[in-house]
Design a protein around this ligand. Sequence first.
Ligand SMILES: Cc1cc2nc3c(=O)[nH]c(=O)nc-3n(C[C@H](O)[C@H](O)[C@H](O)COP(=O)(O)O)c2cc1C
Length: 146
Amino acid sequence: MKRLIYLSKARPSLRDDALYDMLAAARDHNRDASITGLLIHQEQLCLQVIEGDEAAVRDCYARIRRDWRHENCQVIFHDDVPGRMFTGWPLAYRAGRDLERGQVRQLADIVECATRLAAKPTDSDRWAMDVYLRALIDSFSALTVQ
Ligand SMILES: Cc1cc2nc3c(=O)[nH]c(=O)nc-3n(C[C@H](O)[C@H](O)[C@H](O)COP(=O)(O)O)c2cc1C
C-alpha cells in the first residue's frame, strides 16, 4: 500500500462549480481504481493524499499533475504505509474555510517546510515534514469530511 501526498497551486478556474464537477468525476475514477484519499483546497493551495496500490497511485498522480487547473505540483510524501487512513473515502474533500484552526496552522507549517525542502533538502526538514503530515492526517481521523 502506497501513500502519496502532494501540494499544488490551484489556478483561479478551480472555483466551487468546477471543483464539485471535478470531485464527482475523480471519485468515480478513484472508486474504480480502489484509491482513497483527501483533497484540501484552501484559497490557492491544494493538498491531496492519494492511497492505494503502487501502480494505481502512480497512474492517478500522473494524470493529476498534468491537469491545467493547478500547477507547481510538489510531492511531499511518497512511501509504503501499513494501511489506509481514508478507508471508505474515494476522495474526501475539505474546503479551507471549514478547516479547524489547528489544521490551518499545520497546513502553514507544511507549506513552509515544503518551500525549504524544495530549496535545500535536509534530514531535519524531512523529519519535520513527516511530523507535520502525521499531525494533519491524524486530525482527520474522525472523518467528518464530506
Ligand atoms: C486538485 C486536483 C485533484 C484531482 N484529483 C483527482 C483524483 O483524485 N482522481 C482522479 O481521477 N482525478 C483527479 N483530478 C482530475 C484529473 O486531473 C483528471 O482531470 C481526470 O482524472 C481526467 O483525466 P483524463 O482526462 O486523462 O481521463 C484532480 C484534479 C485536480 C485539479
